[in-house]
Design a protein around this ligand. Sequence first.
Ligand code: FES
Ligand code: FE
Length: 454
Amino acid sequence: MTATNGIVDKLDELVNTDTGELDRRIFSDEEIFDLEMERIFGRAWLFLCHESQIPKRGDFFEAPMGRDNVLVVRQRDGGIKALVNTCTHRGNAVCRAEEGNVRNFMCTYHGWTFDLAGELVGVPGMKEFYNDELDKSKYPLRKVAQLDTYKGFVFATMDPEAPPLAEFLGRTGRIGLDQIAERGDVEVVPGIQKFVLNTNWKFPVDNTFDYYHPQITHISAQAVGMIPSAADNIDGGGAKTPEGKDLAVQRLRTDTESVVMLAEYGHAISGPTFEALVSVVPPSSRGVFAWRERPEAIAALGPVGQMVGGHPHIFPNTWITVGAQLSLRVPRSATVTEVWWFNFRNRDDTPENQRAQLQRQIHMFGPAGFLEQEDGENWSQSTLQTLGGVARDIPQLLKMGLGRGKIIHEDGVARIEAPVNEHAQLWTYLAWKEWLKRPSWEQLRDNTTPGEHL
Ligand code: FES
Ligand code: FE
């Protein structure tokens, strides 16, 4: 299947990065969704899992890659392979479990059996029904085109032409993953949290960078003390800025220090600087940032990476939080998205600290997370409104800071220093358009290389 050129020709109308106006159809059109599956999820390096989830021979974890599902499997020799979870006989999934440990994968339809490397090793009735004529070596499970890891984070791509992972991630993507990796000896807490939202996947992705919504959307999270609020301060109990201002008002102030990092292929980091973030965290809670003092972390992040207090996002759908969590926004259809959460902990942390961190994580984001339930309501409503006969003709606006972003190039990173803005969202859609337009990796990279201005 190839993309319809009709849509490709219209992309500049659908996403106008000069005016900051988007056509709402990009959030519910099935043809556009098909094109995304082919040209974005069919080509990009996608996060699959963390090595700590599959430590032993035969351990596996099922991960989505577009409409395919792959089994990430620890091999006999300690290596990792990712096998497409579809039987080469007549297509049934060869594994129904989401994770586990196996000696081999036996298809539950007719019993064809594949080893950990995906080789077909067993065919019931080989002699009686196939007359020993079936060449098993011709029907292994299909593998991803390329697989690689960065500090324990496993990625793969279905495109043999894709550049190496390190190049794809670039300095900005690596700084994003370092926000977890440089905490020390980290592992994923067993049990990946997954839930479904009736939203187009791009709403949760662009919301990653949205620091305009918390003081309104998350007002109930403030009311119950989940995040600091103005009311807390009136009662004298909440977090304040060094100047004694309450946090909620601080978030609306135009002089809040924010930094936006933009990178090739659409990666971005956006939000408050680390200094601004720390200034609104009570001193008694600042221990969660101690990892940043590790010499290894200082070296890996460098001066630019140490500025990050906001949200890194690796295009197309991987978000890293400041609380050692990683989320995948998994598109299932134009209007349905699964949200997956991987919670990390330090192996050498005390059980009490590990428990406390997990409590913070799952109460913040995920199916029991306060913030994402509030966000999810907005995303579902926004998606629904892209279907209305009148509503869909009203453009989506990303005009905040438009044309005012002066890009500074330093230490391999392009950044804009600005108050709350929509630069990173605009960058995401600019890159999204380029992914759909450019079959050539070289052109894609060139057209998503930050210039001097946004
Ligand atoms: Fe798997 Fe037939 S479909 S054995
Ligand atoms: Fe939110």
